[in-house]
Design a protein around this ligand. Structure first.
Ligand SMILES: [Zn+2]
Length: 235
């Protein structure tokens, strides 16, 4: 039977490469970075909402102040008119106008006070958002660094295994490597395994005494294969 130990070594390297690419695809560092980024994004949208609210409140305050200036002017105007009118009915009418405008001004003042409270609390919120964004940006930076380092270490591990694979493959008949590749592509379990006791280490099923004896009697150019899972066997 053909000696399959070198191919078994190649299989071990390929298993290592597979584990490495799985590790690379499921790095905890990537999950951490994604989480940190989404936390930061949420805070930034909160900040944008609060900033828009503050703009709106400020413009409402500006409008109220402009309206009150108008009220003041009207009160001055009516008061001057009041000094010149003689008819009591006209005076009464002007008095009434002045009261109406004063009431409007007072209502505006009340509203402005409420808006000032709101604007103060929004400014407080914005300060908190800014602090949070600072610390969350730092977390994103640290997580980015950690991911880059993890990727670099995966890359270095891959380079090492690739080099080992070149050496290991150079010791094997290319025809056998082709057969191995075909077998490997058709399965998820190892395409080459050894036997512990009577157990195939790929499918973990026992070979019978007869099956083992048959494998040992194979011709020099024949490959030992597991009768259960069809992998190449090192016996
Ligand atoms: Zn098997």
């Amino acid at each position: 039977m053909v000696a399959l130990q070198p191919l078994f070594e190649l299989q071990k390297i390929d298993t290592g490469l597979l584990q490495l690419s799985h590790r690379q695809a499921t790095l905890a560092e990537r999950t951490n970075l994604t989480k940190a980024k989404s936390t930061l994004t949420a805070t930034q949208s909160g900040q944008a909402v609060a900033a828009a609210q503050l703009d709106k409140v400020k413009s409402e305050i500006t409008n109220l102040e402009a309206a009150n200036k108008k009220c003041e002017a009207q009160i001055v105007k009516y008061s001057q008119q009041l000094r010149t009118v003689i008819a009591p009915r006209e005076a009464e009418a002007l008095q009434h106008e002045i009261e109406t405008v004063r009431a409007e001004r007072s209502a505006n003042d009340d509203q402005e006070l409420l808006l000032l409270d709101t604007s103060e609390s929004l400014e407080q919120q914005l300060k908190q958002f800014a602090d949070q964004i600072n610390s969350q940006s730092e977390i994103v930076a640290v997580a980015t660094l950690a991911l880059n380092q993890a990727l670099k270490s995966c890359e270095a591990g891959k380079q090492l295994l690739d080099d080992q694979r070149l050496v290991a493959a150079s010791l094997i008949d290319p025809k056998l490597i082709k057969l191995y590749d075909i077998k490997r592509n058709k399965r998820t379990t190892p395409a080459v395994a050894d036997v512990h006791g009577s157990k195939c280490q790929s499918c973990h099923l026992d070979l019978s005494v007869v099956e083992l004896a048959t494998l040992k009697k194979l011709g020099v150019d024949e490959y030992a294969e597991c009768p259960n899972c069809d992998c190449y066997l090192v016996v």
